[in-house]
Design a protein around this ligand. Structure first.
Ligand code: PMP
Length: 479
């Protein structure tokens, strides 16, 4: 597995020539990954890591069928889609077959960002409106147009400000969001309504002020916000509100599509809604850059009626289409959706059982191989355990297991492995997570004891020593 350059030299060249804004995982001790096979990645020394993060290598790193399809097509022709080619139309037909009937027109692009950018353009042209509703903490891409609708990247120090035409609704997080169990309701439907009403209010206001809404854009299950599963009824009601205000609904399936949820090919299907525009990317090419937008004939017609040609040099080139077709072959032939459902359920059940053992785990949620474990320092206040989450990710790496964390407080452990993940892999992941959390339990004990030692004398302090008492309490807090 040795590469030609020592790791230190790779780091040096990267620091010299690659923009510092492009950040590495494990910045203080980055990994140099030189090879991948199925659910494993290998570093330059041949060390093997279990990949629990990579939802791009959907059917497994370097799947031979996908590699072969790319290699074959590359040796024949790669050109633009102004020429007829079977791979393009076959891919379009196969994708449309997985969609509800109304979604039958495809546009091929090169990345999730491009797909969402085009989706927004289609929506603006079709509705002749500008205002977009997005969810807090959402991420829809790195293009300027997408940063505008990605609160994940907005209003950061030195970053761009939210434009006036973007409206941010609360993310339907029933554990730590605006409305939660059991504080605001015991009923999932009711929480769904409370969250949806927030969007209803925005829609009514925009209809009154500007005659309507352009679009509502959301991931079907929000990944960047911390693996959020919206409550029942939520998406349905939201779609009703948006359509009443003449807007279109865009489902971003860039992370969660292609069968990851196990029960369905597309995560929006788990919410019983039919979007007007669906965007997809990441898993579509198993690592090769290919993405798509699928929409209705009516929306596609509005776009064509402008008379402006849509041309994308690489979008829909035969190599990308051959690769995407091969990914669909593998999903079908290896029954990867069934596997995602089975292994995902096992992973969720095992994580749930860890929750009974470790108080640090506040919530476990997921669908198929899309799982989040939210860490909190206090289950009553649901205070995010950000430092602990970072420690867990770093310790797991030492154990050769790659996981990540996300959410506004970076306290949600994220599992979204390649779909070839096995029950044994899930067991290994949870066993090691159990061990790491036990170490944390052990390590926090002496701190608790020390705090008790510090706090005990305070309890007996007389009232005229209040300042001293406050000072000590502040020190204890700082500890
Ligand atoms: N939408 C979502 C939900 C994403 O997670 C991402 C990438 N993380 C994108 C869009 C943008 O995709 P890309 O990086 O391929 O442009």
């Amino acid at each position: 597995f040795l590469q030609s350059m020592p790791k230190s030299e790779t780091i040096k060249l990267r620091e010299k020539h690659i923009g510092a804004a492009c950040q590495l995982f494990f910045r203080s001790s980055p990994l140099k990954i030189v090879r991948g096979i199925a659910q494993f990645m290998y570093d330059e020394t041949g060390e093997r890591f279990l990949d629990c993060i990579n939802n791009v290598a959907h059917v497994g790193h370097c799947h031979p069928h996908v590699v072969e399809a790319g290699r074959n097509q590359m040796s024949l022709i790669s050109t633009n889609n102004r020429y007829l080619h079977d791979e393009l139309v076959i891919l379009a037909e196969r994708l449309v077959k997985t969609m509800p009937e109304s979604l039958s027109v495809c546009f091929f692009v090169n990345s999730g960002s491009e797909a969402n950018d085009l989706a927004l353009r289609l929506a603006q042209i079709h509705t002749k409106k500008k205002d977009v509703i997005t969810l807090d903490h959402a991420y829809h891409g790195h293009l300027t147009s997408m940063i505008d609708v990605s609160p994940y990247k907005l209003n950061l120090p030195g970053g761009p400000e939210k434009p006036e035409w973007v409206h941010v609704a609360p993310v339907p997080d029933t554990y730590r969001g605006k409305y939660t169990y059991p504080r605001d309701s015991q009923s999932e439907e009711e929480l769904g309504c409370l969250y949806a009403n927030e969007i209803g209010d925005i829609c009514r206001e925009l209809k009154r002020r500007k005659g309507g809404v352009c679009a509502f854009i959301a991931e079907s299950l929000q990944s960047c916000g911390g693996q959020i599963i919206p409550p029942k009824n939520y998406m349905q009601r939201v779609y009703e509100f948006v359509r009443e205000a003449n807007g279109v609904c865009i489902a971003d399936e860039v992370q969660v599509g292609f069968g990851r949820v196990g029960t369905h090919m597309w995560a929006f299907e788990t919410q019983d809604v039919v979007p007007d525009i669906v965007t997809m990317g990441k898993p579509m090419g198993n690592g090769h850059p290919v993405a798509a937008v699928i929409t209705t004939p009516e929306i596609a017609k509005s776009f064509a009626d402008t008379g402006v040609e849509y041309f994308n040099t690489y979008g829909g080139n035969p190599v990308s289409c051959a690769i995407a077709n091969a990914v669909l072959d593998v999903i079908e032939e290896e029954r990867l959706m069934e596997r995602a459902a089975r292994v995902g359920n096992h992973l969720l059940t095992r994580c749930e059982s860890l929750k009974h053992k470790h108080r640090l785990i506040g919530d476990v949620r997921g669908r198929g191989l899309f799982v989040g474990v939210e860490l909190v320092t206090d289950r009553d206040t649901r205070t995010p355990a950000t430092v602990e989450a970072k420690h867990v990710v770093d310790r797991m790496r030492e154990e050769r297991i790659l996981i990540s964390r996300d959410g506004p407080d970076c306290n949600v452990l994220k599992f979204k492995p390649p779909m070839v993940f096995t029950t044994q892999d899930a067991d290994r992941l949870v066993d090691i997570l159990d061990r790491v959390l036990s170490e944390l339990d052990e390590n926090t004990k002496p701190v608790q004891v020390k705090l008790e030692v510090l706090v005990s004398p305070i309890r007996g302090v007389e009232s005229n020593d209040m300042q001293l008492k406050t000072n000590i309490q502040q020190c204890v807090k700082a500890v």
